[in-house]
Write a protein that binds this ligand. Sequence first.
Ligand SMILES: [Zn+2]
Ligand SMILES: [Zn+2]
Length: 350
Amino acid sequence: MVPSISSPGDTHFDLIEPTSDAELRPEVSALLTKVSGQQLDTTRFERFSSWSRLTRAVARLLHVARSFHKQTDDSVCAGWHFCKKGLRTAELTKAEYVIIKAVQREVYSEEVECIEKKQDLPVGSSLRKLHPVMDEEGLLQVGGRTTHSNLPANETHPILLPGKHHVAVLLIRHHHGKVEHQGRHFTEGAVRSSGLWIVGPKRAISSLIYKCVVCRKLCGKLEHQQMADLPAERLQQEPPFTYVGLDVFGPWEVVTRRTRGGSANSKRWVILFTCMSTRAVHMEVIESMSASSCVNALRRFFSIRGPVKQLRSDRRDKFCWCYHTSEACCKYWRGQCGSLPSQPKMHMGF
Ligand SMILES: [Zn+2]
Ligand SMILES: [Zn+2]
């Protein structure tokens, strides 16, 4: 909007059409269409997340392309068709070569041109130290000095592949899964033994393992549950065995009496008393899992360790029964002696 010049004191502004405004520059859109010289554009490979699916898709594509040229033996496979016959191993291998060759021709176009013209590689080339050679399929391979060895050809001259390309990521993921999500060295060994030489493998494999969901799950830190607040009894400054927790463990077979033919065994349990303030431990042996045995063990414990303000245990039925029995004992003894001398105000909690 431009202010009107005719009346300086006037605050009125006239609206101007944007199309007729000379101050506004027209927006010009320039579109660029990049036509790749390759027949197979490797950017399409980024739509795949699995090496096996990519090879199967390319193998299907090659099969259909051949059927258009009538290169297939079967009369059923003619023109554009959904082939119900399974893919053969040779077709899959051919598809792998086509994919890798397309990647090499795109990334290492200068090097391929130099090798085809039998010239030296560019000075800044990352393949210069590897002395690459080209095989009969047109694939770039590592040169090396082991041509005359008895090793297989894919080990003496592995196929070169750029580590930053999506196809290299797919291949590393494929072999990482084949070695059951082992570490970087295992994965690198699997890739190398399959006849591939990935340029910059350390970073590529480490990056993939870092992002691998399965490895994250398997190698993740063990999580710990947030513990609840301590009960008030655990934080009291009281004499030992003022607040006591108890539990029973056992039984054990013990020899109780000798007989003429051998010995008779019976079972024994142990009541474990723990001081909730000092974590001290006191144990009492009981002869049976009955309430009377528990009450006797409690009485022995009170006689040795003194009065207890609170007993805390789990909700085992024997403890509940013992609780009601001891309440009855307390009432009886309070009636007899006025109060129980060892535990005047004992409370049992669960
Ligand atoms: Zn077919
Ligand atoms: Zn993994």
